[in-house]
Design a protein around this ligand. Structure first.
Ligand code: TRP
Length: 452
């Protein structure tokens, strides 16, 4: 197909764009990582810090990314290059991050399918540990689900921005919300649920250290899909008269709201059934299945929960693939159909290696680097992915604040002065000083150069 003569696609409606962007933001990061962190890092105290970080840093960078995208109407590489040639490298980092993150993300998305299938076939049983280990140490089964998940992702992005991404987000996001509310009602009405709410929200400022703040910054970026150009890409399909400021406030607000209420769905149930919430990442795939198995109507709610997790992961995965897709369409002049299949295939292959790095008999996929020995999965999920996001976000802030300048950004945001931007001075201050400083501290801590 000749995409040179086709005009660039645009979102069909404002609501469609917002649901797609919230769909990108709301993902695995919200449903399992956030609640377990709030519980572990000081309850309401952590929540308070997290909200502050989202409001100050998250919203600031969100507006920055959307602005670059809408200004240039291009993928991240093309966008940075259009504004300043040398800075195209930030776009490339984003495209690479897309490959890295989607590769392992799709494996986890695959696990949700494996769990949905188990809940349908009655194999959803036991305490969760066995079920999870049985799944991930098997070399073949997770690969099948990973393939199905990647095929769903490719299948949606294949159809484009409006008939693929926007259409599916308009269905899956409201469905996700309804399912979440049902699970919250179930969870809060279990006898003994109050202890979970208390654990989730009791403020414990003694647990708050600089380390907590650093972890909250990392969580905020991942959760808001910032730092790799996903929001640049989604912003590039916006019409010129769209209100960027409002969008940059709504998307983080909804993302944080859903992360917050995911905790209300999960922790009361965990407490009511006497399980241990301090499971971190294992909360969703190990603790919760056991919890569901022990509650009345648990089979149904277990099914509902993993469908919810699948929807959340899918609408995030499509945004990751769209970054790479937009890049190859704009820069390599590939057709959307070709790029989704080829690039989806490459990511599937990297994901296969990630998945196998947990399986029995693939010891060579666990290796030592920088004094740490980790399976490939963890290298990509906990190390390289995060590193790329932090560096990407840092460079984006420096670029806007110091190279492209706040003034040029303001011109785009206010549509040449036609729309008011009352907090412009404050935003400029945040993007020039506060965000880069915070991100440098996070980066140095991440690289273990400074530790708390
Ligand atoms: N925000 C998603 C989550 O919370 C993950 C995600 C999707 C993402 N697209 C991204 C993270 C782009 C960083 C960058 O699970």
């Amino acid at each position: 197909m000749d995409n040179l003569t086709k005009p660039r696609e645009q979102w069909g409606s404002r609501v469609g764009f917002l649901l797609a962007a919230v769909g990108s933001a709301v993902g695995l990061g919200n449903i399992w990582r956030f609640p377990s962190r709030v519980g572990a890092y000081g309850g309401a105290a952590y929540l308070f810090i997290y909200i502050l970080i989202v409001a100050l840093i998250g919203v600031t960078v969100m507006l920055a990314e959307l602005t670059i995208g809408r200004k240039t109407q291009l993928n991240p590489v093309g966008a940075f290059r259009a504004l300043s040639k040398k800075w195209a490298v930030v776009g490339y980092l984003g495209v690479i991050a897309g490959f890295v993150i989607l590769s392992f993300y799709s494996v986890v998305g695959g696990w949700t399918i494996g769990y949905i299938v188990r809940s349908l076939t009655g194999a959803f049983a036991g305490d969760g540990v066995e079920m999870f280990m049985g799944l991930i140490t098997n070399p073949i089964e997770p690969l099948i689900w990973h393939l199905v998940f990647m095929a769903c992702t490719v299948g949606i992005v294949f159809f484009g921005v409006r008939s693929g991404i926007e259409k599916i987000s308009k269905i899956l996001m409201p469905a996700l919300f309804i399912m979440l509310v049902l699970i919250i009602i179930r969870s809060l009405t279990l006898p003994g649920a109050g202890a979970g709410v208390a654990y989730y929200l009791r403020p414990d400022f003694s647990k708050v250290t600089l380390k907590t703040v650093v972890s909250a910054v990392g969580q905020a970026f991942f959760s808001l899909s910032l730092g790799m150009g996903a929001m640049i890409t989604y912003g590039s399909y916006l019409k010129k008269d769209e209100d960027l400021i409002k969008s940059a406030a709504i998307i983080p607000a909804l993302d944080t709201f859903i992360a917050f209420i995911a905790g209300l769905a999960i922790l009361p149930a965990v407490f009511a059934l006497g399980a241990n919430p301090g499971e971190g990442a294992g909360l969703a795939f190990i603790t919760l299945p056991g919890v569901f198995n022990a509650m009345p109507l648990g089979g149904f709610f277990g099914f509902l929960f993993f469908v919810l997790l699948f929807f959340a992961a899918l609408t995030s995965a499509i945004s990751l693939l769209e970054v790479v897709t937009a890049y190859t369409i704009d820069q390599w002049k590939w057709s959307r159909q070709k790029t989704t299949i080829v690039m989806g295939g490459v990511m599937f292959f990297i994901g296969v290696l990630c998945s196998l790095s947990y399986a029995d008999g693939f010891g060579w996929l666990t290796f030592r680097l920088f004094g740490m020995e980790l399976p490939l999965f963890d290298w990509l999920a906990d190390w390289l992915g995060d590193l790329l996001l932090i560096v990407g976000a840092l460079l984006t802030c420096i670029f806007i604040g110091w190279v492209w300048t706040v003034k040029s950004a303001a011109k785009e945001i206010t549509h040449d002065g036609q729309k008011p931007f009352m907090l412009l001075g404050f935003w400029g201050f945040l993007i020039k000083f506060v965000c880069p400083l915070a991100l440098v501290i996070v980066l140095l801590n991440f690289l273990k150069i400074i530790q708390f």
